[in-house]
Design a protein around this ligand. Structure first.
Ligand SMILES: [Zn+2]
Length: 153
């Protein structure tokens, strides 16, 4: 099982921009190959209270599974945002998560953190931290760690 998740600087910028555009939690699927995210698929958040939780539109999930069977990249996980600014899984996330090895990315402000849903995880007994490696840094103020970079508007 991969020990990190790899995204591009453009993907991180897109995640932060999408999260900043709404007071609601954003969510979407991560398509990829192994530990490399090749595509972000923004999905509708159909949760009853989208300001504090997320639920990926089941129709989008079904469509992505169908596309994967057709040879597209596999679904390796999903992302959502925390408008609260806390870039870590909430107890509610842990309660909702199956210990299926799925990759979770959480966006809060300019920070994107990675997690893997497992049995007996270090966080809330459900998530182990998964380092996020950001590739394609331009050297113009983008930080690979994502902690200091403000996405350009
Ligand atoms: Zn959450």
């Amino acid at each position: 099982m991969a020990m990190m998740v790899k995204i591009t600087i453009a993907q991180r910028r897109e995640l932060c921009a999408m999260a900043a555009a709404t007071p609601h939690e954003i969510c979407g699927l991560l398509l990829g190959d192994g530990d490399i995210v090749t595509r972000l698929v923004p999905c509708r958040n159909v949760a009853a209270d989208p300001a504090i939780r997320f639920e990926i539109d089941p129709a989008a999930l079904i469509a992505a599974h169908r596309a994967a069977r057709g040879g597209s990249d596999r679904i390796i996980g999903h992302y959502h945002s925390h408008p609260s600014g806390v870039a870590a899984p909430s107890p509610r996330d842990a309660a909702d998560a199956a210990p299926d090895g799925c990759i979770w990315l959480i966006v809060a402000g300019a920070v994107v953190t990675g997690w893997r849903a497992v049995a007996g995880g270090a966080m809330h007994g459900r998530f182990d931290p998964l380092p996020v490696e950001v590739s394609g840094c331009t050297g113009s103020g983008d930080s690979p760690q994502g902690r200091n970079a403000i996405p350009p508007r």
